[in-house]
Design a protein around this ligand. Structure first.
Ligand code: IVH
Length: 679
């Protein structure tokens, strides 16, 4: 490092430490040690340095401190209904697919579907609850299940009604919507924030509502949580009504009679996009009929009845300086192009994914090549094409390494069904032997849908890892905070915040713990299935016991949703002695709550059900959800343990019915089954 650079960094860190101290006195102790003017001056000096020397943000960043820092002091409150995110569609084909899936799920190919189209504002979502017209609760999205109490800050937003007077108002009315900052307003404060979205998020989570009130925040209402009594039948009617109650709704909201109208409107709105005074990154397409919405329900993260239809990506040309290999938590080796930094759609891009070995061969991508990059929304930038006319004569083909950077020889798995070799090369490690995988596993472990530890993001994991502070999940619960407090970029306040975030996360529900372990092929849905199956951590760790494992895996194999890939992966994971030590060590630090038992009072509570044949009124997936809502479990194979075989009218398998008869399993015909569950 040059001496100059060294000095700049030192000077910068000194200022950052100082501002941390000022901050602590102001926010934690409520006793400022400098005047507002001095504080602002220091803040501006730091901002100037960051602007001039972009590498400084690696050493900390003003936006992650100084008053903009989200406080962990907000009380956490559980949402009445989870605040979900949306799946993405990138082109007309994805949108057609979205409609097809809906029709399949509802088992009605001829259904006429209309959609509520709403510009997708790129801001921060919030939930507002009114009791008899009075705003009594205001929450941030948080992790989707639990939000933070930011009522006082939300109250400072002019466009949010504090009191609603109307004679048709439900007793409880929870409105959800987007808090944002307009482009013009953002221009006035743009040296303080990376983009309008950050600015909105930062201002909304100030501890001091006075700071929030000084920001030009606006609000569009787009949805609802709990409403009681509930009297709506269409999303578009709901939007009209909330508008009459005094909320701003987006003037471009539109009712599309069919998917062709969706496509047409999408093209129209994309054209006016640049002229709007707020950032939109696409349209949200929602099934308008609320009864159908509730039949469609959600997958673990997003509703089946809505999708974000993203605007097309932005492109740029740049040069590949290097190709490096990244190892993911499941061992997949992903080639990444390090490119000459280039601005794509307002964001500086210096990395692009090259997907896998085959992709590099197919596109013949080489170091030194000039390429066209594209970036769509929050997706990792990709290489679209190589400009061969600019290729140097002496350029060489890129040879994909056969070894993982950890030294293990990599493998390409063969799909047992198709017998085809996987395109992805993997490190064969099963436990924490490959340090590259281990680090990624830790990042997954602390991520939002897993332990959700605020303040322990990917960068901090990298930092703690390189300082040998963490190797295994249990290390997170046994951190050397004294040492951390002395690190650059850390101070008493941030260490205290981290301590309490870690402490809070140690109480965790079994499903989330299973998901956090990052077992290959065990995503959120399967983790839930396993959580429901085992119910408690004590039963779950029986999987480490060789004498019990085979039997347990046989039983799990019967669950609908679990297949041979999951079983093999569980076998691999639980037969590793290292994994056993790591997990037994980890759970000593945790208070693992039992998974929510399936609906105990449901009509099918404690019962196992299997389906054969298609149904006339509903799809297999909806049938499965209905069984689960009623407390039953759906099995994928027939055994003595099965309680009911439900036979659909459309081509049931005769051998299954015969086998059920032999095993004395109760057989239920389609019509009988509808009656049983009031479908
Ligand atoms: S609906 C379950 N409608 O997009 C439905 N979201 O990726 C989820 N957003 O967190 C939300 N405009 O912050 C919905 N008209 C709109 C929206 C909208 C913006 C944001 C919202 C949400 C994210 C989903």
């Amino acid at each position: 490092m040059s001496k100059d650079k060294d000095n700049i960094i030192k000077n910068y860190l000194k200022k950052i430490n100082l501002i941390d101290k000022y901050n602590q006195s102001y926010y934690e102790k409520d006793s400022p040690v400098v005047t507002d003017h001095q504080f602002d001056e220091l803040k501006n000096e730091i901002l100037d340095l960051e602007k001039k020397h972009s590498y400084l943000t690696e050493y900390g960043s003003i936006t992650s401190r100084v008053g903009y820092k989200p406080s962990s002091k907000f009380a956490k409150i559980k949402h009445s209904k989870p605040m979900l995110s949306l799946a993405n569609a990138f082109d007309h084909l994805d949108i057609e697919d979205f409609e097809k899936k809906i029709k399949n799920y509802l088992n009605n190919k001829n259904l006429d579907l209309s959609f509520s189209l709403e510009p997708k504002i790129d801001g921060i979502s919030a939930s507002l609850t009114y009791k008899n017209g009075l705003l009594i609760r205001g929450l941030s999205r948080g992790d989707g299940e639990t939000g933070e109490d930011i009522l006082e800050n939300l109250k400072t937003i002019e466009q949010i009604p504090k009191k609603i007077k109307a004679n048709n108002l439900p007793e409880i009315l929870e409105i959800r919507g987007e808090v944002y900052i307009g482009k013009k307003d953002f221009n006035k404060i743009k040296d303080k924030f990376a983009n309008p979205r950050n600015a909105a998020g930062g201002s909304l989570r100030q501890k001091d509502p006075k700071i929030t009130s000084s920001m030009p925040l606006q609000f569009f209402a787009y949805g609802f949580g709990e409403i009681n009594p509930f009297k709506f039948d269409k999303q578009t009617n709901f939007l009209e009504q909330v508008n009459k109650w005094g909320f701003k709704t987006n003037p471009y909201n539109f009712l599309a009679k069919n998917i062709d109208e969706v496509k047409k409107k999408y093209n129209e709105i994309e054209k006016v996009r640049a002229d709007l005074d707020y950032d939109i990154d696409g349209l949200v397409v929602k099934v308008d009929d609320l009864h159908l919405q509730s039949r469609l329900g959600n997958t673990s993260n997003s509703p089946r009845w809505a999708i974000a239809y993203k605007f097309s990506s932005v492109k740029a040309i740049t040069k590949i300086n290097d190709i490096i290999i990244q190892v993911g938590r499941t061992g997949a080796l992903t080639p990444v192009a390090k490119v000459e930094p280039v601005t794509v759609g307002g964001v500086v891009v210096s990395n692009a994914t090259l997907h896998n070995e085959e992709e590099i061969i197919r596109k013949d991508i080489r170091i030194g090549d000039y390429i066209t990059l594209q970036r769509a929304g929050d997706v990792i930038p990709q290489v679209v094409s190589v400009d061969l006319s600019k290729r140097q004569k002496n350029s060489k083909k890129f040879i994909f390494p056969k070894k993982c950077p950890c030294g293990f020889e990599t493998i390409k798995e063969v799909n047992p069904n198709t017998k085809k070799e996987d395109a992805v090369r993997r490190c064969p490690d099963r436990g924490y032997e490959c340090q590259y995988m281990a680090k990624e596993k830790l990042k997954h472990f602390v991520s939002k849908d897993a332990f959700n530890i605020e303040g322990l993001g990917k960068k901090v994991i990298d930092q703690f890892w390189s300082l040998n502070l963490i190797r295994y999940p249990s290390d997170i619960f046994n951190l050397n905070f004294k040492k951390i407090q002395e690190l650059e970029g850390w101070g008493l306040q941030s260490v205290n915040n981290l301590k309490s975030a870690i402490n809070n996360s140690s109480r965790i529900i079994l499903d989330k713990l299973i998901y956090a372990l990052g077992i290959r092929h065990i995503g959120q849905e399967n983790a839930k299935l396993l959580g429901n199956y085992f119910t408690s951590i004590d039963k779950f760790i029986n999987l480490f016991d060789l004498s019990k494992r085979k039997n347990l895996l046989n039983n799990i194999n019967e669950l609908d949703g679990i297949g041979s890939a999951q079983i093999k992966s569980l076998e691999d994971f639980f037969s590793s002695k290292k994994n056993k030590d790591i997990i037994l060590n980890l759970i000593k630090f945790l208070k693992v709550e039992n998974s929510k038992a399936l609906n105990k009072n449901g009509k099918l509570s404690g019962k196992t059900i299997m389906f054969t044949g298609g149904f006339e009124k509903i799809s297999r997936s909806e049938a499965k959800s209905i069984v689960e809502d009623n407390g039953g479990k759906v099995l994928g194979s027939l055994s003595k343990k099965l309680n009911f075989l439900v036979v659909g009218n459309n081509k049931p398998t005769k051998s299954k019915i015969d086998k059920a008869k032999i095993l004395n399993i109760e057989i239920i015909a389609e019509d009988e089954w509808y009656k049983l569950l009031n479908i």
